[in-house]
Design a protein around this ligand. Structure first.
Ligand SMILES: [Cu+2]
Length: 145
């Protein structure tokens, strides 16, 4: 009887462990989509927190609302502001990275249909391990940031 119970217990424990592993190992908060007029690119801002024991690597984003999305970082180069592409962003365990004005941002181009202030837009974050995580951005005006 002891042996059978132990087996049951092990099976149960495995189930619990795999369920925990399948849960998200990161958290996304503070989502904002900065909308500019016309066809100017929108910027996606959020905070990505790694709440797992291993690294989390963000490699891109996709959305049916935009034809083209890239990760960028704004930098100051000899006093001149410019942006450089970020193909992969690693977030160390227990830390977080802030996408915010003047730093990391998602650059969302080729709007597929008009977006108004207050609209909600779904953008799916794509991670290096293949995880895809949809998040909802509310469109806000630059003045509100
Ligand atoms: Cu940019």
């Amino acid at each position: 009887m002891g042996l059978i119970n132990l087996r049951l217990l092990c099976g149960l424990l495995l189930l619990i462990l795999s369920a925990a592993a399948a849960a998200a190992d990161f958290k996304v908060t503070d989502t904002r989509l900065r909308l500019l007029p016309g066809d100017l690119p929108a910027a996606g801002y959020f905070k990505l927190s790694n709440i797992s024991g291993g690294p989390v690597s963000l490699v891109g984003a996709e959305s049916p609302a935009f034809g083209h999305i890239t990760m960028h970082k704004s930098i100051q180069d000899n006093g001149v502001a410019r942006m450089e592409p970020v193909p992969r962003l690693e977030v160390a365990p227990g830390t977080s990275v802030e996408f915010s004005p003047g730093g990391y941002h998602l650059m969302l181009m080729k709007r597929q249909s008009p977006i108004d202030l207050g609209d909600e837009v779904t953008v799916t974050l794509v991670f290096a391990d293949g995880q895809r995580f949809p998040i909802i951005f509310e469109a806000v005006s630059p003045a509100s940031l």
